[in-house]
Design a binder for this molecule. Sequence first.
Ligand code: TMP
Length: 394
Amino acid sequence: MNKFFLNLGVQPLANNFLKKFSSKQPTYNLKLYFNTKTKMVSISKRIPSSVMFNSKYPYRSSMSITMRTSFKKLSDEIKKRFNPTLLLEIGSNDGALIKNFDKKKVIGVEPCKNLAKITKKMNYKTFDKYWDFQLATKIKREFNSVNVVYSANTLTHISNLDNVFKSINHILSKNGVLIIEDPSLLECLKKNSYDQFYNEHIYLFSAISVKNLLSKFDLEIFDIKNLKTHGGSLRYYIKRKKNKKIKISKNVKKHINKELKAGLGNFLTYKTFSNKVIKSKQRILKILNNIKKRNKKILGYGATAKAVTVLNYCDINNDLIKNFTDTTPEKINKFLPGKNIKIMKYKKNILNDYDYAFLGAWNFKDEIFKKEISFIKRGGKFITHVPFPKIIKI
Ligand code: TMP
């Protein structure tokens, strides 16, 4: 049974960056639910994939050093540990992972045509289609089976998970390995990062819910890794239950026990989280309003989908944060979804004109602090809402 625990209010589509601000853009009510049987946490609203993932999708994986480094490290590990003759990536974005592989040994699947075009141009085999059984059948016919299927920050975006795993099952070789990584529910609860939720993040996985989901497809987790990416993610290494050649690491049980101990299987945990989120809203508004009263200026740093959730939930407007900045070309000179706040092109020393920077991309804070050392040296301060709203002391 799905039980409601948090209402994050009326929200715009998180990646609907408009050239002209409009108060009439499409909205939905962002409500969070916990399934008492499957232990899955999800949002209630389902926006059609074709509305969210189209030829104008603005998110690019290669935009940060953190992500590029993470993908490079992983591709070295995959080659060493699994040595795949063929790897398929679901949601290959702009090729941040696949470009670390030999062109003959990888296939990308990316429904956003603007992104698929990038890897096609580099001569990487890319299907600009949604991942489903029809596509899996087509790929199987052409390439037979695949030894490694990889997917990062994609499966939680797809409503019909049964279809996703049925299609993976169809294409994965007998001894093949599936690797998925997505933001961790445990980390989200620990960090009170409610901004992990927006229309594209339909699910927030835990090892407990992934285990339950996989068992329907005779798949099981054999290893788990904690990652720092996207504010704390989990990488799940998955195999067929029948494959006894691969041993199950102790990490799996250890992690599941950690989640159980943190109460991820109990509804009450989510009610506690919900109360903390309400307090977080009050506190961030207090901090921003105090800065406004002192006539100091704040720039939003990183126009992330996460920032869209925060600004719209807390109703933070351009009297508090006048502008945002971002490095992604597709977001420049557009408006932060739902808000009359323009996103300016990032340039070195952009923070010279500001006293404070609100971390929209708090998950990249180390990378950002390194980049903005001169701002910090002249007394500039960063503001974050994670794990609780504060002005950061560096
Ligand atoms: P994400 O948190 O959804 O991965 O998005 C990160 C966003 O932050 C992306 O739009 C790029 C932006 N960004 C900057 O503008 N400057 C930076 O230094 C970093 C690391 C990210």
